[in-house]
Design a protein around this ligand. Structure first.
Ligand code: PMP
Length: 313
C-alpha cells in the first residue's frame, strides 16, 4: 500500500502489551506507542485535525501563516503539516524546552521564536500565547490553532486515537490514564473509551511539582508536555475520577525501564503515564485491562536527564 503523502500515514501506531514492567496481581497494561507516529509524537494527529478542520471551515488561504505557542511536540506536528501543505509556520516556545525540539521544528522549515522562561513555566507559556495573539492582531493572514482551546484537538483523539484503540483492543478496556497538557488526549480518548464501556475507571496524572488540579503549587519539572501550570479550557474535569501525582524521578525511572525492559524508546511523560498505569493496574487487579499512551519518542530528550541513567556505565 502506498500513501499519497506522509499525512495519510499519520496515526497508524501499534498497541503493545507490557510484559516485564507489569506486576503480579495487577491488570494487563496496553500502551499506544505514539513514538512511532509520523512526526515522532501523538501531536501530529492534533496538528493535522486542527489544520484540516480550519481548511474545511474556510479559515485558511495559500497565504496563511500558521502561528502557535507550544512547548514542543505540537510545534513539530504543525511544522510537519505546514511543510506538506505548503503553509509558512511559526512556532513560539519557552527557551526551557529541550534543544532537540527547537531543531526539529526548524528542520521541517518552520520559524522558531523563543520566549525566556525565568522559572515560572505558567507565566512563560502565557507570554508565548500573548505573542501569538499580537501577531494575529497585526496580520490577517495569521492563523493560530490555539490547541488549548480548539475542540478539533479533542476531536482528533475522540474520533481517531480513541476509536483506533477500541478497534485494536479485543475485549473491554477497564482503565485508562493520561497526563494532561492541553487535556485533549484524556478528554477525547476518555470520551471514546467511556462510550464503549461506561464503567471504565479513568485517572489523570500530574507532575508532583505542577499538580495544579490537586491544588498544589506550580514550579519547574521534567515531565515536558504535561503540567504546564494552567487548567486547560478543553479539559473535561468530569472525565477522570482520580488524580495520580507522579514525581520526576518516578517518571524518569519508568521511562528508562520502558526502554531497557520493554524495548520502548519513549519520552518522560510516557514514564508518567505508565507510572500511573501501574498504580491503576494494581487497583483494578488481574483479568482487567488498562490502557495508556506513550506520547512521544525518547530521541527528543538526548539533552535531558532521561539519558543520565546512573545505572548505565
Ligand atoms: N506528553 C507529551 C510529550 C506531549 O507533548 C503532550 C502534549 N502537550 C502530552 C503528553 C499531553 O497531551 P495533551 O495535550 O493531549 O494533554
Amino acid at each position: 500500500m502506498v500513501y499519497n503523502n506522509v499525512l495519510e500515514a499519520v496515526g497508524h501506531t501499534p498497541m503493545i502489551r507490557l510484559n516485564r514492567l507489569t506486576e503480579d496481581g495487577s491488570a494487563d497494561i496496553l500502551v499506544k506507542f505514539e513514538a512511532v507516529n509520523v512526526g515522532g509524537s501523538i501531536k501530529t494527529r492534533t496538528a493535522l485535525n486542527m489544520i484540516e478542520a480550519a481548511e474545511k471551515e474556510g479559515k485558511l488561504t495559500k497565504d496563511t501563516v500558521i502561528v502557535e505557542p507550544t512547548s514542543g511536540n505540537q510545534g513539530v506536528g504543525l511544522a510537519l503539516v505546514g511543510a506538506v501543505k505548503g503553509y509558512k509556520t511559526v512556532i513560539i516556545m519557552p527557551d526551557s524546552v529541550s534543544e532537540e525540539r527547537r531543531k526539529l521544528v526548524r528542520h521541517y522549515g518552520a520559524e522558531v521564536i523563543l520566549v525566556h522562561d525565568a522559572g515560572d513555566i505558567g507565566a512563560c507559556i502565557s507570554e508565548c500565547a500573548a505573542t501569538a495573539m499580537r501577531m494575529a492582531a497585526d496580520d490577517p493572514h495569521v492563523f493560530v490553532p490555539q490547541q488549548f482551546e480548539n475542540v478539533h484537538n479533542t476531536l482528533a483523539h475522540k474520533q481517531y486515537t480513541g476509536q483506533k484503540i477500541l478497534e485494536q483492543v479485543d475485549g473491554p478496556i477497564d482503565g485508562f490514564c493520561s497526563g494532561i497538557g492541553t487535556g485533549g488526549t484524556i478528554t477525547g480518548v476518555g470520551e471514546a473509551l467511556k462510550a464503549a464501556n461506561p464503567d471504565i475507571t479513568i485517572w489523570a496524572a500530574e507532575p508532583e511539582n505542577a499538580a495544579i488540579l490537586s491544588g498544589r503549587p506550580v514550579g519547574t519539572h521534567l515531565q515536558m508536555g504535561i503540567g504546564d501550570g494552567v487548567i486547560p479550557p478543553i479539559l473535561d474535569q468530569q472525565i477522570y475520577s482520580d488524580i495520580c501525582i507522579i514525581s520526576d524521578e518516578e517518571a524518569l525511572t519508568t521511562a528508562q525501564r520502558l526502554a531497557r525492559e520493554e524495548g520502548l524508546m519513549c519520552g518522560i511523560s510516557s514514564g508518567t503515564n505508565v507510572a500511573a498505569a501501574l498504580r491503576l493496574a494494581k487497583k483494578l487487579g488481574p483479568g482487567k485491562t488498562v490502557v495508556t499512551i506513550l506520547p512521544d519518542t525518547a530521541e527528543r530528550y538526548f539533552s535531558t536527564p532521561l539519558f543520565d541513567d546512573p545505572s548505565v556505565e
